[in-house]
Design a protein around this ligand. Structure first.
Ligand code: NAD
Length: 294
């Protein structure tokens, strides 16, 4: 993977200023990672509270570094200064690359992508952090599809090394190169993959969630399943992972996977996550999902 990235990076115009749309779990994480690896970033949301939370999350991560002696106060100030929270597009005129990380809803994403494209320079790259939605279908909402691709980070962004860079049928090599270079500058390991529902990682992950769902329907306790998978050697089991991902995001993604692969991913029984969503249990983001969080 490193060799492949090096080849792409050689052809790339550097990203000097980036932006992220959405300051939620993923947007906040992208802002922190970009700023702490030296690329200043604008962080846009439609809600002031979301921006506050994104800033607070970055501040907490930096405090942890200070506590471990890996950063001083001046270092923290420099990183925090490199994150600019905003509710509008007014400073987007100098942005080289935008990571779109708003809710996993194709209609919202299409509207946001069309809006941001008008605010950035003509040569800027737009990259969506969608977990599952086809890059080609999202590309229909932009005027410059050759400058659009997927840039799929994993959660939590500061810890997970892999980034899927997704090539749509119209994405140019320059766009892939610039996105790979940005991911590399952020300390990540990019992998270039073709467009399809779920890309690479979620095509592996969702059959696992489906098998988990089947076990729940058969009456197996979710905590027991989590303990077994931890004993198997995985860092966390599927119920805890679902809470980390966010139950709403998981359900949206699951619908896309079912539509994309009806024979392989279709469910023949109720999806437990749907019941949690109906009860407003969104996982760690609102304090209750499979588990409760204080
Ligand atoms: P989230 O619900 O935590 O955050 C979404 C944010 O988008 C919210 O703060 C919301 O206010 C904001 N938003 C909504 N409409 C907006 C708009 N028009 N302009 C700007 N901001 C807007 O969601 P998340 O978990 O961060 O997921 C974001 C994206 O990342 C989704 O596409 C999701 O599939 C993808 N993703 C999520 C994970 C995960 O584990 N949660 C992992 C990889 C990718």
């Amino acid at each position: 993977l490193k060799k492949q990235s090096k080849r792409w990076c050689k052809q790339a115009a550097p990203v000097k200023q980036s932006a992220v749309l959405g300051a939620g779990i993923m947007g906040g994480g992208v802002a922190y990672q970009s700023a702490s690896t030296g690329t200043p970033i604008l962080m846009k949301d439609i809600r002031e509270e979301a921006l506050d939370l994104g800033v607070k999350t970055a501040s907490k991560l930096l405090d942890r570094k200070i506590a471990k002696g890996r950063l001083d106060d001046a270092g923290k100030t420099a990183v925090m200064d490199a994150i600019t929270p905003t509710l509008d597009y007014k400073d987007f005129w100098a942005v080289d690359l935008v990571v779109e990380a708003v809710v996993e809803n194709p209609v919202v994403k299409a509207a946001v992508l069309a809006d941001v494209e008008r605010a950035v320079p003509d040569d800027a790259v737009l990259a969506s952090n969608t977990s599952t939605i086809s890059i080609d279908s999202l590309a229909e909402s932009v005027a410059r599809p050759e400058q659009f691709c997927g840039m799929h980070f994993f959660n939590p962004v500061h810890l997970m090394p892999l980034v899927e860079v997704i090539r749509g049928s119209k994405t140019s090599n320059q766009t892939i190169a610039r996105t790979v270079a940005y991911a590399t500058a952020m300390g990540k390991t990019p992998i270039v993959v073709n467009d399809c529902p779920g890309f690479l990682v979620n095509r592996i992950l969702f059959p696992y969630f489906n098998a988990f769902n089947r076990l729940l329907i058969d009456g197996v306790d979710f905590q027991r399943i989590d303990r077994v998978m931890e004993q198997f050697g995985w860092p966390m089991g599927p119920a805890y992972l679902a809470d980390v991902v966010g139950i709403d995001t998981l359900v949206h993604a699951d619908h896309v996977m079912q539509a994309g692969f009806p024979e392989r991913m279709g469910h023949d029984a109720d999806v437990i996550a749907e019941a949690l969503l109906a009860a407003d249990c969104l996982g760690q983001k609102n304090g209750k999902g499979f588990y409760e969080y204080g």
